[in-house]
Design a protein around this ligand. Sequence first.
Ligand code: C2E
Ligand code: MG
Ligand code: MG
Length: 386
Amino acid sequence: MPSNRLIVIDDEPSSSATIGRIARGCGYDPIFTTDADDFRSRTLSWNPTVIVMDLAMPEMDGGQLMEWLALQGCKAHILIVSGHDLARLREAEETGRALGLKIAGSLQKPLHLELLRTVFREIYEAAGVLSAEDVSKALNNGEFSLAYQPLVDLKGGAVIGFEALSRWNHPTRGAIPPATFIPTLETNEAMNGFTLHVLRMALDDMRRWNGATNFGVSINVSAANCGTMGLDEVVPAECIEKGIDIRRLTLEITETAVMFETARVDVCLRRLHALGAQVSIDDFGTGHSSLVKLHELPFSELKIDRKFVANCASDHQSSVLVQAMTGLAHSLNKRVVAEGVETRETMDRLRAWNCDICQGFFIGGPMPPEDVSQWLNQHSAIAASR
Ligand code: C2E
Ligand code: MG
Ligand code: MG
C-alpha cells in the first residue's frame, strides 16, 4: 500500500477541495469524507498515513474523534484545521498529544495555503514518504531493477511474453513495491526519466536473452509519458539503438489514464501502434470506459483487472463481468489478458470462456531477469508432461 494516503474529514466541501489540491501537489493521494461513520470505516480499512481533521462537525466533535483514533492505536500524522480561535486549537493539539496521537500541528481557517503546504511537506519528511527527488536519486544510484512475470497462451500453454514490473531495492528500507512510489511519480516530471530507465533496462534484458527466445515484453507507461516525454519518439529510437524489433514490445497503459487523458495520449498511442508496438489497456474494468472511445482507440489487447479475475471461479458477479469483458474485446477484434490468476480452477474457467492469455501466481510470479531462462526450461518440461 502506498505510504502517501491522506484522509480529510471536514464538512465544508470548499475547504476539503483546497486541502486536497495542496495535498496532491505535495505528493499525497487524498480522499475526503464529511461523515464521522464513513471516516471511521475508511480509517480502519484504508489505514491513512495522514489525517486532516476539522474540530467542529455536525454529529461528532474533534475531541471525540481523537479519543476514538487513540483507542484504535492510530499511527497517522494528524493535522487539525478549524475556524476556532488559536487558544482552542492549541488545546486540541494538547488533548491529542495527551492521548498519545501524533499531532503534526493545527491551522486556523481560512487556511493560509503556503503554511498548509509547509506542514504537508514536513509531515511528508517525518513520515518517510518517498518523494520524486528520492526516485531521481535512486535512478542515478541504479537502485531500480525489473522483475519479469510470464504471460501464457491459454489454449496451447506457450509462453508468449513477460511483463516487466519495477522493483526498488532501497539501501536502507529494503524492497519497495511500485504501488508506493508510482502514484507520487505520476504527478511529476520524474516519471519521464523513470519510464525511459525502465524501457532501457527491458530492452537490455531482451538483448541479453536474444537467441534463447524472441518472446515479447510488456512495460507499464503513464499517460504523462505520452505528453512531455514524447513516448512515440523515444520508444522507436531506443528500439533501433538496441536492435530490438518494436513489434516485440507492448506498452501497458491503465484504462483510467487512457479515458481521462487528452488527445495527446490518443495521438501517441496511435503512432506507436502504427509503428508496430502493441498497446494494452491495463486494469480494465476499474476505469470509466466509453464504448465510443474504446472503439476509436488504437490498442491490441484488454487486460482484465485482477479484482475481477481473482474470484471469477467462485463469484457469480465476477464471472459474468469477466465473460462480458472478454466478449467485448473479441467483438472489437482484440486479445484478452486475465491478470491475477491464482488457481487452476480460475485458469480452466478463463480457458472455457475463450480468454486468450493469462498471467498470475498460479503460472509464475515476477522473477529477476537472470531466472527467466531457467523458468522457461521448467515450464516447457511441465507443459510437455501434461
Ligand atoms: P499491473 O501492471 O496491473 O501489474 C500486475 C500486478 O499484479 C503486479 O504487482 C504483479 O506482481 C501483481 N500480480 C501478478 N499476478 C498476481 C496474482 O496472481 N495475484 C495477485 N494478488 N497479484 C498478482 P506489482 O509488481 O506490485 O505492480 C503493481 C502496479 O504498479 C502494476 O500493476 C503497475 O500498474 C505499476 N507498475 C509496476 N511497474 C511499473 C513501471 O515500471 N511503470 C509504471 N508506470 N507502473 C508500474
Ligand atoms: Mg501492467
Ligand atoms: Mg493490471
